[in-house]
Write a protein that binds this ligand. Structure first.
Ligand SMILES: [Zn+2]
Length: 302
């Protein structure tokens, strides 16, 4: 166990995790709080209490606070406006943590960026110079490592890959745009597509859809095929624009196994066919599952 620690915070739409991570990237203390509260200040109160409890237990030095949050975020202002936490809009999370701790170094990243960072340092992306890491679950986000460095962009929102459009006259996405990758390839989008195609099941989760596909249900297979095709088109657009060598995919949907990976790889091969420089594009599953967000957040300061 190391003597230097990061306080890592992972802000998600369902829960918020706060942890102490040592310099060997081991989690030594962790608290989880539901993201639902009646007011923004009530939610912050709970986080502040949990943070104080964790900091009081710390034996070593806390060198910084690393925050990974669902987007959008504003890196320059230190604020977050997570789509799934409507009680927080332009919430000054960095300033709030400054007020309750003596820690000076505080970093803020998008949650998918934090995950990509963790995969690059200790997961599937180790050794890849230019890596794009994405999370496919309820939504789709991404994070970019260029020349072995996490790329932050102007405002910290490189995570917004899910809202790149692959069809300007396509279906409307929750964000308002038409034809976003997420509107076809997220778990709920694939389930919606299956229902549209006539999938008669009580099941509403992607896990259920994947199970049906595994058992040979033609509609489930078709819906996943169409969703993974959309994802492949988006990924190859991205990889070809930036000349990326490695794509790492994590998140609940990507854990479905062959029913997801086989069609995805088929479509990626079909799309990369046109570009000789993408022939060696590596696509692999994420290695870290639980706590990758916290490890990535901690990497912001360790
Ligand atoms: Zn969108």
């Amino acid at each position: 166990m190391g003597n230097q620690y990061a306080l890592a915070v992972d802000v998600g739409g369902t829960k918020i995790a706060i942890a102490l991570v040592d310099d060997e990237l081991q989690i030594t203390e962790k608290k989880t709080i539901p993201s639902h509260a009646s007011t923004g200040s009530e939610l912050w109160e709970r986080i502040a209490n949990a943070t104080n409890m964790i900091l009081q237990k710390t034996q070593g030095e806390v060198v910084g606070i690393g925050i990974g949050s669902a987007g959008p975020i504003d890196l320059n202002a230190g604020t977050i406006s997570p789509v799934n936490i409507p009680i927080w809009r332009e919430f000054p999370i960095v300033e709030k943590f400054q007020q309750i701790s003596k820690v000076e170094r505080i970093t803020l990243h998008g949650d998918a960026m934090a995950l990509a960072h963790a995969e690059h340092k200790v997961g599937s992306g180790v050794g890849s110079r230019n890596m794009f890491g994405i999370v496919v679950s309820t939504g789709i986000g991404g994070g970019l490592v260029l020349d072995n460095k996490l790329f932050e962009g102007e405002t910290g929102n490189t995570s917004f890959f899910g809202h790149s459009s692959i069809d300007y006259s396509g279906v409307q996405c929750v964000c308002g745009r038409l034809g976003c990758v997420e509107a076809y390839a997220s778990g709920p989008s694939m389930v919606a597509e299956a229902k549209q195609l006539g999938w008669r099941s009580e099941e509403n989760s992607f896990i259920g859809l994947a199970e049906a596909a595994r058992l040979g249900d033609g509609i489930a297979i078709a819906a996943i095929d169409s969703g993974t095709r959309a994802l492949a088109v988006g990924l190859v657009n991205f990889a070809s624009s930036l000349d990326i060598g490695h794509i790492v995919i994590g998140g609940g949907v990507a854990q479905a196994g062959e029913v997801f990976w086989a069609p995805l790889m088929k479509h990626i091969h079909a799309e990369t066919e046109f570009f000789s420089f993408l022939k060696k594009l590596k696509v692999s599953p994420a290695k870290l599952t639980t706590d990758a967000g916290l490890i990535g957040a901690a990497l912001g300061v360790l």
